[in-house]
Design a protein around this ligand. Structure first.
Ligand code: SAH
Ligand code: SF4
Length: 413
């Protein structure tokens, strides 16, 4: 498929939403991302009598996660005094949208700014929305930068700035729902069940910046709220966590979160994987495969996705495909082949399209689904491995170099 990009056509918006947080909102703690016990403590501090706490928590949960309000004053059935008490101490403001870009293929990328709120420095992160036939997927970040240094990944070149809090992880979903009009309208009767079918965001993937299993507690907290069926109600099967292979936390993910698992495999031999995905030196392939085989709830209906980036002359031979099939034997699996997305300074090229097809056919004939992931949002640097925060935004010269690489057909799919 020829890649036609015209960066001039890329729509870029100064997306100042009507509800930008006021400066002092940044200093108050947010109640977004709190579990029900923490929320109960929050309403107690705002003066709610013990016998009312449970009911108030339920009301708040509904306003925050079914209705998607971002201002206490919109919580119609909450008394004025309590709204004021909460607003004095807490915030529910969304992050600031520093930039919103829309790719020619409909992919959207938001650059979001989070104030410090005592959790460390203020940070900027990227969140990507990918609309497809019959579904819409939000790609969420878990860290600013990454401590791992996978050699083909742009995020890996950026040092870890910090982990995102549960609030910051969850706010990416809330903000995207706001921007896509995916919360019920103000006049929807209260208590109405909002179906998950027909929603713009039907799936989420923890595949943005960072290694989610190096920020386990916050990711767990945010995902448990995203799948809570009295709130955002995403189905567990439509939430996928992608990891480079942090083995102990893979077991915990199955037991404590229960979402779908994706493994960034990329190589089938330890020597090569040690180089491409350096965490392999700590948790080699055999240990990783054991964790996959024992992943809780694994079945043909709940397969593990193995991601495999296609690097020309590095991991894309027919022998690699054979070894891959042998390695995954007995694991209910799907293999996502990802054409390598280039970035300035990257040392790899994407495999030739023919080679990707030969590889995919072999794996497919061995009985595994092996879709080739169509690169999305390349013109706005929203594709896999291209995310980086504003603090490291590409210099103009780098962006031009990237355009030239893409036009020349590197990584073309
Ligand atoms: N840290 C996690 C999740 C974020 S990366 C992980 O590694 O799984 C999301 C996916 O994008 C991973 O499969 C990663 O290997 C892949 N990826 C990274 N850089 C890429 C690139 N330049 N081209 C294509 N895929 C890339
Ligand atoms: Fe980090 Fe994942 Fe990139 Fe590796 S591929 S550097 S784990 S974000």
């Amino acid at each position: 498929m020829p890649l036609s990009i015209d960066l001039k056509d890329t729509q870029r918006r100064d997306a100042l939403s009507s509800r930008q947080p006021a400066a002092d909102e940044g200093l108050k703690p947010s109640i977004i991302g709190m579990d029900r016990d923490e929320l109960a403590d929050a309403v107690r501090t705002a003066g709610v009598a013990e016998r009312q706490v449970k009911m108030r928590v339920q009301q708040l949960w509904h306003w925050l996660y079914v209705r998607g309000v971002s201002d206490f004053s919109d919580m119609a059935n909450v008394s004025k005094d309590l709204r004021a008490g909460l607003a004095e101490r807490f915030t529910i403001a969304r992050p600031h949208i520093a930039d919103e870009q829309i790719s020619q293929d409909g992919t959207r990328k938001w650059l979001l700014q989070f104030p410090s709120r005592g959790a460390g420095k203020p940070v900027e992160i990227e969140t990507v929305y990918i609309p497809e036939e019959g579904r819409g997927t939000l790609c969420i970040s878990s860290q600013v930068g990454c401590t791992l240094t996978c050699t083909f990944c742009h995020t890996g070149t950026q040092k870890l700035v910090r982990n995102l809090t549960a609030e910051e992880i969850l706010s990416q979903l809330l903000l995207a729902r706001d921007r896509l009009g995916d919360f019920p309208k103000k006049d929807t009767p209260q208590g109405a069940i909002v179906p998950s079918e027909g929603r713009k965001i039907s799936n989420i993937v923890m595949m943005g910046m960072g290694e989610p299993l190096y920020n386990f507690d916050n990711v767990k907290k945010a995902l448990l709220i995203a799948i809570d069926n009295e709130g955002l109600s995403l189905s567990r099967r439509r939430v996928t966590l992608s990891t480079s292979g942090v083995v102990p936390e893979i077991y915990r993910t199955g037991e404590e979160i229960g979402v779908m698992l994706a493994i960034s495999l990329h190589a089938v031999r330890d020597d090569l994987r040690d180089e491409l995905v350096p965490i392999n030196r700590k948790y080699p392939i055999a240990e990783l495969m054991k964790a996959c085989r024992e992943y809780r709830g694994l079945s043909n209906a709940r397969r593990i996705t193995f991601e495999y980036v296609m690097l020309k002359g590095v991991n894309d031979s027919l022998q690699d495909a054979r070894d891959l099939v042998r390695l995954l034997k007995g694991i209910p699996a799907k293999i996502n082949l990802i054409p390598f997305n280039p970035w300035p300074g990257s040392q790899y090229e994407c495999s030739d399209w023919e080679q990707i097809e030969i590889f995919a056919d072999f794996v497919n004939q061995a009985g595994y689904a092996s879709p080739i992931r169509t690169p999305r949002g390349r013109d706005i640097l929203a594709a896999c491995g291209q995310l980086k925060s504003e603090s490291e935004r590409l210099r103009k010269s780098e962006r031009l170099a990237l355009e030239a690489m893409m036009i020349a057909g590197h990584g073309e799919a």
